[in-house]
Design a protein around this ligand. Structure first.
Ligand SMILES: Cc1cc2nc3c(=O)[nH]c(=O)nc-3n(C[C@H](O)[C@H](O)[C@H](O)COP(=O)(O)OP(=O)(O)OC[C@H]3O[C@@H](n4cnc5c(N)ncnc54)[C@H](O)[C@@H]3O)c2cc1C
Ligand SMILES: *[C@@H]1O[C@H](CO)[C@@H](O)[C@H](O)[C@H]1NC(C)=O
Length: 535
């Protein structure tokens, strides 16, 4: 009999978990507390308790070709970075295509998940849900927790002495929806994450003045990279990832700094990160530097104290007449429906094997999906997590002993603190390509570079030097997709298609460039001949 799996939540993580269950022949039931799919990506005008909340203008910071699920490329004409409504469209066609909606019970909240009372060592779970005021319970063979981690706002009010005296308005970034109503105000935004920067930029078009206060600074990257390609297409290649792993730390740090400062010098703009860690998460924002250049936004250091109307900063400077403070200070997370002994969240740290499995269960029948903040898109990441988890549930993959898992968790935490630091927002960070490969290896879906070099060198070169997209994990192994190779080779087409909205006459190559090409070829031939002689 097919194993029954409860999936909690129908956001990105829940949807892909459902699909993976179906692919593996498991029998899933998804419980979603709201009336629709999409999780945090479904914009609503009002903020709802217990649900993530975004502002109206949110656009993805990872590109469409790096963010799609591995056997379902986004429509060719979709732009490379998607407005939240467009991304919702993708989720809808994805859910429809794989016929996932029929497994979802909407407006059903999971109240508790407990070990099956009659046979606690069976690995089964008793799941209690509530729908329209009615409680129900059912037994499941396994549970996938996909409830998200951008729900509980984190405002460190203790670090803002004087906040109780402050006469203006203040709120967490999750309350922010539109720039309307902020005309002519003097606004202080706390934080320099993606949300903080987006909100500061948007408000700066209407406000009298926006200040952005940062403790550690930030690297700001444009979504547009070399030759106009999306940043993650260029950044996340196996080759670059390998370099970042094998070169000495100081060299990598220097390279990162060079790269980050190519667009503008972060020190001149007061943004340079002030910590010793290498990989401080970049902020993706195309407008922040120009707003700083216009003076519409000013960078300040950490807030030391607030008074009734002003902010005093660490460097003793004061900004008077502050009307509004926006705390873009991130989130904490918890799982109210799980017993604390199962998944313990402490200081935003969580002990899970490979960020997924609680290590101390008799049977590996509970998994957390999406509890991670990768440097790249989370979509392919949660997909590989779910592919592995469903195969573990099915008994096709097994986990090591509890001791081995615990040792791995400790080792990983140490490495992560070393790379990313201990700050709250970064406790879920992980190295992008490495983690994807690691999960793929578990299920036998990691492409073998050496083998490909012999059998399909063209593909091998693409895999190694090209963008590490999700299609790569559908080339071999379980869940192999016939269209994967083609998807890799047609990627550029899908990137350029939405930009080709004006028909251009084919340009004839200029005589100068032809001449240069001929000279270049000549130089190569000469160099080659020289080389032959030397051997
Ligand atoms: C502003 C913002 C922008 C982002 N941009 C990007 C980006 O461009 N690229 C990227 O890769 N990542 C981005 N992220 C990261 C984001 O975490 C992921 O994109 C992704 O949406 C997370 O999906 P999820 O399914 O894990 O969680 P969510 O989207 O939060 O979904 C969780 C679902 O579970 C439901 N639920 C919760 N508790 C219960 C319960 N007890 N019972 C029943 N249902 C429950 C909720 O209603 C919700 O539908 C962004 C995050 C934010 C906040
Ligand atoms: C994109 O933005 C979200 C929200 O701030 C953040 O959690 C995520 O890490 C960002 N992704 C990248 C790759 O920067």
């Amino acid at each position: 009999m097919a194993k029954k799996v409860a999936v909690i939540g129908a956001g990105v993580s829940g949807l892909i978990s459902l699909k993976c269950c179906v692919d593996e022949g498991l029998e899933p039931t998804c419980f979603e507390r709201t009336e629709d799919i999409g999780g945090l990506w479904r914009f609503k005008e009002n903020v709802e308790d217990g649900r993530a909340s975004i502002y109206q203008s949110v656009i993805t910071n990872t590109s469409k070709e790096m963010s799609c699920f591995s056997d379902f490329p986004m429509p060719e004409d979709f732009p490379n970075f998607l407005h939240n409504s467009k991304l919702m469209k993708y989720f809808r066609i994805f859910a429809e295509n794989f016929d996932l909606l029929k497994y979802i019970q909407f407006q059903t909240i999971v109240l508790s998940v407990k070990k099956c009372p009659d046979f606690p060592s069976s690995g089964q779970w008793k799941v209690v849900t509530q729908s329209h005021g009615k409680e129900q319970s059912a037994i499941f063979d396994a549970v996938m927790v996909c409830s998200g981690h951008h729900i509980i706002p984190h405002i460190p009010l203790k670090s803002f002495p004087g906040i109780e005296k402050f006469k203006g308005q203040y709120f967490h970034s999750r309350q922010y929806k539109h720039p309307d109503g902020f005309e002519g105000k003097r606004i202080l935004v706390i934080g320099t994450g993606n949300s903080a920067s987006d909100i500061a930029v948007e408000l700066s078009k209407k406000a009298a003045q926006v200040f952005i206060s940062t403790r550690h600074g930030a690297w700001v990257l444009s979504r547009i990279s070399e030759d106009g390609y999306p940043w993650d297409q260029v950044f996340h290649t196996r080759f670059k990832s390998m370099l970042r792993n094998i070169l000495p730390r100081t060299v990598v740090k220097w390279m990162m700094q060079e790269q980050m400062n190519k667009w503008f010098n972060h020190e001149n703009y007061g943004l340079e990160p002030q910590n010793k860690y290498l990989m401080k998460e970049p902020v993706l924002n195309d407008d922040l530097p120009s707003r700083l250049l216009y003076g519409a936004i000013k960078v300040k250091s950490r807030v030391k104290e607030l008074t009734e109307t002003s902010a005093i900063f660490e460097d003793e400077t004061v900004e008077e007449d502050i009307d509004v403070i926006v705390f873009a200070t991130g989130y904490t997370f918890s799982f109210p429906f799980l017993e604390e002994s199962l998944v313990k969240v402490e200081n935003n740290m969580i002990s899970l094997y490979k960020y997924i499995f609680p290590p101390h269960l008799e049977k590996s029948t509970l998994a957390c999906i999406g509890l991670i903040q990768p440097l790249g898109s989370i979509f392919p990441t949660v997909e590989l997590q779910a592919r592995w988890v469903t195969r573990v549930f099915k008994g096709l993959c097994s986990l090591p002993s509890e001791d081995t898992m615990l040792a791995d968790i400790i080792e990983r935490t140490k490495k992560k603190i070393d790379l990313f630091g201990e700050s709250l927002s970064q406790t879920l960070q992980t190295n992008y390509v490495d983690y994807l490969d690691e999960l793929a290896l578990e299920i036998g879906a990691k492409p073998s570079f050496g083998f490909l070099l012999l059998t399909d060198p063209q593909l091998a070169v693409k895999l190694y030097f090209g963008p590490c997209n999700s299609y790569q994990y559908r080339l071999v192994g379980p869940g192999k997709w016939e269209g994967a190779r083609d998807a890799i080779f047609t990627q550029k087409q899908r990137i350029l298609k939405p930009l080709k909205t004006r028909t251009l006459k084919p340009s004839s190559s200029s005589p100068v460039s032809s001449l240069l090409t001929i000279l270049g070829l000549f130089a190569v031939v000469v160099a080659f001949l020289f080389q032959l002689q030397w051997f």
